[in-house]
Design a protein around this ligand. Structure first.
Ligand code: ZN
Length: 178
């Protein structure tokens, strides 16, 4: 009797475990990353660092990929450079432009961190001026000495969620020092 009852409970456990596996596996199998093409050809001396910023995101998120735009194709994201502050102009999730600004580079801010941060705006992240170097979107509120170019786990998870749900983000301007 006891053995039979044990067997029945074990069956129930396995059935629940099976249901969980199916429930968790389904979204992963269905998801292909959204490809965003970026054009770094106008980024002047910062072309390499723009590619680096894109690679950082590619290593941290699964639902979106940043790739250099192939010839003849319209980019989702255009990157340029000038003497002002770095800034981003997302028009919608994954579309818009950003500027690598020499004002921040000359002040000593770490260029790969700036590049990853500005891409972060195009991926739907706002500024969060926490002052923490561990936060990518803290931007210029972290010390100038901060050389962390990586999004933290929450920032990466937010970007993955943004692209899984194709959230709507407002068009606006974000400036490095604001
Ligand atoms: Zn910003």
């Amino acid at each position: 009797m006891l053995v039979k009852r044990l067997a029945v409970s074990l069956l129930a456990v396995f059935a629940m475990a099976g249901a969980n596996v199916v429930a968790h596996a389904e979204p992963a199998a269905a998801a292909a990353p959204r490809i965003l093409y970026y054009d770094a050809s106008q980024a002047q001396e910062f072309v390499a660092v723009v590619h680096q910023g894109a690679q950082i995101w590619n290593s941290k998120v699964a639902n979106v990929r940043l790739e250099p735009v192939p010839a003849g194709r319209t980019p989702n994201i255009r990157v340029s450079a000038d003497n002002g502050w770095p800034r981003a102009y997302p028009a919608s999730l994954g579309n818009g432009r950003w500027v690598m600004g020499r004002e921040a580079v000359n002040d000593g801010y770490y260029p790969p961190r700036i590049a990853a941060h500005e891409f972060g705006h195009l991926l739907g992240l706002p500024d969060r001026r926490t002052g923490l170097c561990t936060d990518l979107m803290s931007g210029s509120s972290a010390p100038i000495s901060c050389t962390n170019p990586n999004p933290n786990a929450t920032e990466s998870a937010t970007v993955d969620r943004n692209f899984r749900r194709s959230v709507t983000i407002p068009a606006r301007e974000y400036v490095w020092v604001g």
